[in-house]
Design a protein around this ligand. Structure first.
Ligand SMILES: [Zn+2]
Length: 133
């Protein structure tokens, strides 16, 4: 588990990207480009950058030129400074949510719900009585 100091000092944008329910906001820097020739075809690389935290992603693919298929070989990430926990502690998603919650103003408590007022039987009976005048 990551230590509290690390989580507390993470910039807001890093905290959002670390939330696995949200993740990074990838924007392609360079589309598929030839990385190197392989016997079966070629290795391609595509690079992206997160618009929020500036993490860089390098995706490597094998493009089989004869059969025409393309498969992902590996992905390498280059995090911005301060994004990774220097103690290599595992960051749990629940801890990310707790930290997000800590940073927002306290949530207002819902007003205590009142029991719906019952119509007084007497009142309705009175209303049911035709006006004598
Ligand atoms: Zn990001």
């Amino acid at each position: 588990m990551a230590d509290d100091g690390f989580m507390r000092n993470l910039p807001d944008e890093f905290l959002i990207c670390r939330d696995r329910s949200i993740g990074h906001d990838w924007d392609v820097d360079t589309p598929f480009q030839l990385s190197r020739r392989m016997r079966s075809g070629s290795e391609l690389i595509r690079t992206s950058r997160c618009t929020r935290c500036t993490m860089r992603r390098y995706e490597f693919f094998e493009h089989h030129s004869v059969r025409g298929y393309i498969v992902k070989l590996r992905t390498r990430y280059e995090p911005p400074e301060g994004y990774s926990d220097p103690t290599s502690g595992r960051v749990l998603n629940a801890d990310v949510w707790v930290e997000q919650l800590r940073r927002i103003p306290p949530l207002p408590m819902p007003e205590q719900e009142q029991e719906p007022k019952r119509k007084s039987r007497t009142a309705s009976k009175l209303r049911a009585v035709p006006n004598a005048s």
